[in-house]
Design a binder for this molecule. Structure first.
Ligand code: GP9
Ligand code: MN
Length: 717
């Protein structure tokens, strides 16, 4: 036994180092699979999950190899191993409660964590957790008892450096493979789960630490007076409400339908003679719909989350990354749910079939003041019900009714659809739509998922009619951003009867239009060609509801106001006016297109140049002030009169069903939920042709045995 090579190996510094690396690696991979739901969905992702702890563990432990004195080297290496293991265990416990990873901010605001965990720390510990700390004790005893002898021979700096380099190389390999599987992983930061899945817990910690330090530094450089410049701008930029519309929807429920990747060109569009979205087309032209034909998305890298941010706050996203993921956990917001709750007693809820952690929604919505968040944990997300980013749209609407009918009215709700998301996959059973046959399969598939989404909306509207909700609700539908990117547009051009060779940047910009439809029985509708964008929706909506917006910090303008300026800013500082599309930078460098002809204007008059320069300056100023508001968290310095800052601690999104029922019971006769008004459930009124729901086993009436906001594997890729 004594001279076994393995034992001899363990008595060397490298052997000890390897043992600790192995232990951390095993424990981490064990936790990835048994304690966290990271949602690996292809072999490469599984490989990366198994591979990612190695590089960073080597990097960390190798620090000790530079230390020459024997005892210091061993104990420092042990300390690193100890701390890393404790960090893992702490994450496991935290995740069990919050379905999320520890961040620097959660660790430093210990009160918050212990508050949340304190209640249930015992129940959160399980026997297999012992496996994560037992080895710490065994290695300690082995060292103290001399079972592992300390090797007196120091490591040469060169050798230590070689090992550090090996760690760095493995890490870079992991990073490269991850980026190939999930482009823009670090620039967009979709979900903390993703960073851990691809790059590991240690990397997430460092990444989060760097981000937090940067944010804190920018924030601490701000003081109360910095908000003044923003207030001066937003107050001067206010557009007066249009008296013909102000208050038209007072007291109505609001249902926002977020049409994933849905572009304006789909409206009235036909493929092989078949309408792609017949229901939305009808709605678009309905006399009770206000529809906008020149409404642009204005998102940056934060895509869906940027669109949501603009809709809820009338504040832009960031030039890099997403406000939701980089600032949404800590920033102060004065968002639609809070404004509506405080000014008109609205309750609020979001329905979305992806995991709550995606785009950091589970934190952000609390800061927005959302009462309820029904994420994938509240739905039956079996594998056939899920596609791409979560629950299929028909199922999302159908299965939300049992929650919707319990909400106190008036309510402000948002349904975020997902099926029409790239790569626009759908199972055979879900579609009979004949897709086009361009050379680009992404383009072809886009029409089938858009068609499916259209049917889902139609089913939902039919329910709203049958249940009577339609009569006292305003439904606002909008496309969040493009589905087909510029690289797909050449293939799309053929379907639009355009010559591919003549396709220009102007054409690409036109395709950034998305629908905005505001529908309500009795609303004086019509198709408006006002040029506007997502930033304008909140003031438009609030004015329709009869709520003045002048005291809030909002960068948009009411689309129905005569004072609306029709200056649409994009996140890259390009812009569109009612006449021109201005792309590619400032001054003489810009390309100016005429909106009516699409021609590139090469000879501009001095007066035109002057106006365009002024407009460019206005666009740059709006974006810069919005960035300063976000980055410096300036709303913490300004509370509009009569507004109470949102307390995110009031919401946990964990037991929504119990909370809904308790609220209803507590209110008794005063309860205004649809369920209370009708005296029974209305789920039977929901009709869907979704194949998953024709099976009697899948009952949309029942509250499923879920609802703890636990992550599932629904967020693929
Ligand atoms: C997922 C969804 C998609 O939850 O909202 O976000 P996107 O990729 O469109 O930004
Ligand atoms: Mn989206």
């Amino acid at each position: 036994m004594k001279n076994l090579p393995l034992k001899r190996w363990l008595q060397t510094r490298l052997g000890f180092f390897s043992l600790l690396t192995l232990l951390i690696w095993l424990k981490t991979v064990f936790s990835y699979y048994f304690n966290f739901s990271l949602g690996a969905s292809d072999p490469l992702q599984h490989f990366l999950m198994i591979f990612n702890p190695i590089g960073t563990t080597i990097l960390l432990l190798s620090i000790a190899l530079y230390i020459k004195p024997t005892r210091s080297c061993y104990w420092i290496m042990y300390a690193i191993y100890f701390l890393d293991s404790i960090l893992l265990l702490a994450n496991v416990i935290y995740y069990r409660q919050f379905t999320d990873f520890l961040t620097i901010n959660t660790i430093t605001s210990v009160g918050k964590v212990t508050n949340g965990l304190g209640k249930s720390i015992n129940s959160l510990l399980t026997w297999p957790d012992l496996f994560l700390i037992l080895d710490l004790l065994l290695v300690l005893i082995a060292l103290l008892r001399g079972w592992i002898k300390m090797d007196e021979r120091p490591f040469s700096t060169l050798k230590a450096f070689t090992i550090t380099s090996l760690g760095a190389f493995i890490f870079l390999l992991d990073l490269t493979l991850s980026e190939s599987n999930r482009p823009q992983l670090l620039t967009r930061t979709f979900d903390r789960n993703y960073i851990v899945k691809y790059l590991g817990l240690n990397t997430f910690m460092v990444y989060d630490g760097v981000k937090t330090a940067q944010n804190n530094q920018i924030r601490s450089s701000a003081d109360g007076t910095d908000i003044n410049e923003v207030l001066n701008y937003t107050q001067a930029h206010q557009a007066e409400p249009n008296s013909a519309y102000f208050g038209n929807a007072q007291g109505k429920n609001v249902i926002v339908i977020h049409l994933e990747s849905f572009q304006q060109f789909l409206i009235d569009f036909k493929v092989n003679g078949q309408e792609v979205t017949p229901f939305l087309n009808k709605l678009y032209h309905d006399q009770n719909s206000l529809s906008f034909s020149n409404f642009f998305h204005q998102v940056g890298l934060g895509k869906t989350s940027d669109a949501e941010n603009m809709l809820e706050n009338s504040v832009f996203g960031l030039p890099q990354g997403s406000v939701f993921t980089s600032l949404g956990t800590d920033n102060t917001f004065q968002a639609a749910p809070a404004i509506l709750q405080q000014t008109a007693g609205y309750s609020s809820a979001v329905f979305h079939g992806n995991v709550g952690s995606f785009w950091n929604r589970n934190h952000v919505y609390k800061n927005f003041g959302y009462d309820y968040f029904f994420d994938s944990s509240y739905f039956n997300t079996s594998s056939e019900a899920n596609i791409g980013y979560g629950l299929k749209d028909k199922l999302l609407f159908a299965e939300s009714i049992k929650y919707l009918e319990r909400l106190q009215q008036p309510f402000y709700t948002k349904f975020i659809t997902v099926t029409n998301h790239i790569p626009f996959n759908l199972t055979q059973a879900d579609t009979d739509f004949t897709i086009p046959d361009t050379a680009d399969s992404t383009v072809n598939n886009y029409f089938q998922t858009a068609h499916y989404l259209d049917q889902a909306i139609e089913e939902f509207f039919a329910y709203l009619d049958r249940s009577g909700l339609a009569q006292n609700s305003l439904v606002l539908l909008y496309g969040d951003h493009y589905g087909l990117s510029n690289s797909n547009n050449k293939a799309l051009a053929t379907l639009l009867d355009k010559d591919t060779d003549d396709w220009t940047a102007f054409d690409n910009t036109r395709l950034q239009r998305v629908p905005l439809i505001i529908h309500m029985p009795g609303l004086k509708g019509g198709i408006k060609d006002t040029y506007g964008g997502e930033i304008d929706v909140l003031p438009t909506l609030l004015h329709l509801l009869g709520i003045k917006t002048d005291k809030y910090v909002q960068f948009g303008q009411d689309l129905l106001s005569d004072q609306h300026q029709q200056l649409v800013a994009f996140r890259n500082n390009n812009f569109v006016t009612s006449k021109y599309t201005v792309l590619g930078g400032k001054g003489s460098k810009s390309n100016v297109y005429d909106n009516s002809t699409g021609a590139l204007l090469t000879e501009l008059t001095n007066a035109q140049i002057k106006t365009l320069d002024q407009e460019q300056t206005a666009v740059d100023q709006a974006l810069a002030l919005s960035d300063s508001l976000n980055n410096k968290n300036l709303l913490r310095f300004y509370t509009p009169s009569g507004f109470r800052p949102v307390d995110p601690e009031k919401f946990d999104y964990l037991n929504e069903i119990t909370e809904l029922i308790q609220r209803q019971t507590k209110l008794g006769d005063q309860s205004t939920s649809l369920y209370s008004q009708t005296g029974h459930s209305t789920t039977k009124l929901y009709k869907t042709d979704a194949p998953e729901l024709t099976d009697p086993e899948n009952d949309i009436d029942e509250f499923p045995n879920v609802g703890s906001n636990k992550a599932t594997d629904s967020s693929k890729q």
